[in-house]
Design a protein around this ligand. Structure first.
Ligand SMILES: NC(=O)C1=CN([C@@H]2O[C@H](COP(=O)(O)OP(=O)(O)OC[C@H]3O[C@@H](n4cnc5c(N)ncnc54)[C@H](O)[C@@H]3O)[C@@H](O)[C@H]2O)C=CC1
Ligand SMILES: O=C([O-])CC(=O)C(=O)O
Length: 357
């Protein structure tokens, strides 16, 4: 009986969360609070916000996070089109309560109380552009969103997708430092798509199921900074010099391959939403206290002389609780590492300067 009533409340909360009249909205807030309390009580559940939820990545990612049983509350924020995306996703008969937020005046409401904030907001590449060409527009977007996080949910884990990741993560760190809320363990640049691609392409070469393959990809998330460690592939495998060249180039240029195939209609969205959902799920499992959750991510790091670097990290209740060393590299990878570090150093500094200067 009580369960049925709770279910009805949740339904009303879902429907009325899109309605505008203040009295209905007020009632919806009460009902939503009840649903949130319930979700926070017995059944485990985290509050997740997606910033840029109406975009190419954002929409598919919203769908995937609505399907995640670890999510009890899902906030969808964008500067356009969130009412439609929210209405649509909210009809899915899964547990998470969905709520939409539109435009800067609603940013703080979208962020308050969140455990995990995922950011795919910003412009994507067109053919002929590098990820760094997106810096001008996306740096400002990331700064504004991170200022909101520092104010409204300073303890949230942040998954940063907006490009150029090699610069936007340092930007976010500087914003949080300025606000006095920086916790390096909680800021993670999402490089999962590089690992997803590496697993797929290596599996093709080996003739096995990609789900059986694990390729560490380290460095950063642009061109030569994307460094797959083929000598550490699991299960242990050897590659000819030709295969190593082919795989390294294909993994480093996977993003460009999609940008060119889409011919002006944007960059990877579907595989990226899949990768982001996979990474967010790992973060939530870590938050829940699951042991042994390990993923690659671009984080505050002491693995090299650079202040940020992507390696495997262990995800726990506090975020990236352990940052793993690179492990043994072969000669090909050592040369790649030096190239990656040279480019990364400039991209990181550019991000830092954007906030400090
Ligand atoms: N880390 C990675 O591996 C990958 C990163 N990306 C990056 O993700 C970003 C998003 O890509 P798409 O979804 O394809 O772009 P999109 O243009 O389809 O969507 C971006 C969304 O961000 C929204 N937005 C713009 N300014 C905003 C603001 N101030 N606050 C909130 N939302 C705002 C837009 O309204 C739009 O809905 C791009 O920067 C792209 O380069 C894309 C693929 C892989
Ligand atoms: O290539 C791009 O611009 C988008 C991206 O980061 C990727 O697909 O890896």
């Amino acid at each position: 009986m009580e369960l049925a009533r709770a279910g009805a409340n949740q339904r009303i909360a879902r429907i009325s969360s899109h309605l505008q009249p203040p009295n209905i909205q007020e009632r919806s807030d009460v009902l939503l609070k009840r649903a949130e309390c319930r979700a926070k009580g017995g059944a485990p559940g985290f509050k997740v916000a997606i910033l840029g939820a109406a975009g190419g990545i954002g929409q598919s990612l919203s769908l995937l996070m609505k399907m995640n049983p670890l999510v009890s509350v899902l906030h969808l924020y964008d500067v356009v089109n969130t009412p439609g995306v929210t209405a649509d996703v909210s009809h899915m008969d899964t547990g998470a309560v969905v709520r939409g937020f539109l435009g800067q005046p609603q940013l703080e409401s979208a962020l308050t109380g969140m455990d995990l904030v995922i950011i795919p907001a910003g412009v994507p590449r067109k053919p002929g552009m590098t990820r760094d060409d997106l810096f001008k527009i996306n740096a400002g977007i990331v700064r504004t969103l991170c200022e909101g996080i520092a104010k409204c949910c300073p303890s949230a884990i942040v998954n940063l997708i907006s490009n150029p990741v090699n610069s936007t993560v340092p930007i976010a760190a500087e914003v949080f430092k300025k606000a006095g809320t920086y916790d390096p363990k909680r800021l993670l640049g999402v490089t999962t798509l590089d690992v997803v691609r590496a697993n797929t392409f290596v599996a093709e070469v080996l003739g096995v199921d990609p789900r059986e393959v694990d390729v560490p990809v380290v460095g950063g998330h642009a061109g030569v900074t994307i460094l797959p460690l083929l000598s550490q592939v699991k299960p242990p495998s050897s590659f000819t010099a030709e295969e190593t060249d082919y795989l390294t180039n294909r993994i480093q240029n996977g993003g460009t391959e999609v940008v060119e195939a889409k011919a002006g209609a944007g960059s990877a969205t579907l595989s990226m939403a899949y990768a982001a959902a996979k990474f967010a799920d790992a973060c939530l499992r870590g938050l829940k206290g699951e042991a042994g959750v390990v993923e690659c991510a671009f984080v505050d790091s002491q693995v090299t002389e650079l202040p940020f670097f992507a390696t495997k990290v262990r995800l726990g209740r506090a975020g990236a609780e352990e940052v793993y060393q690179l492990g043994p590299l072969n000669e090909y990878e050592r040369i790649g590492l030096e190239k990656a570090k040279r480019e990364l150093a400039g991209s990181i500094q550019k991000g830092v300067d954007f906030i400090r200067k």
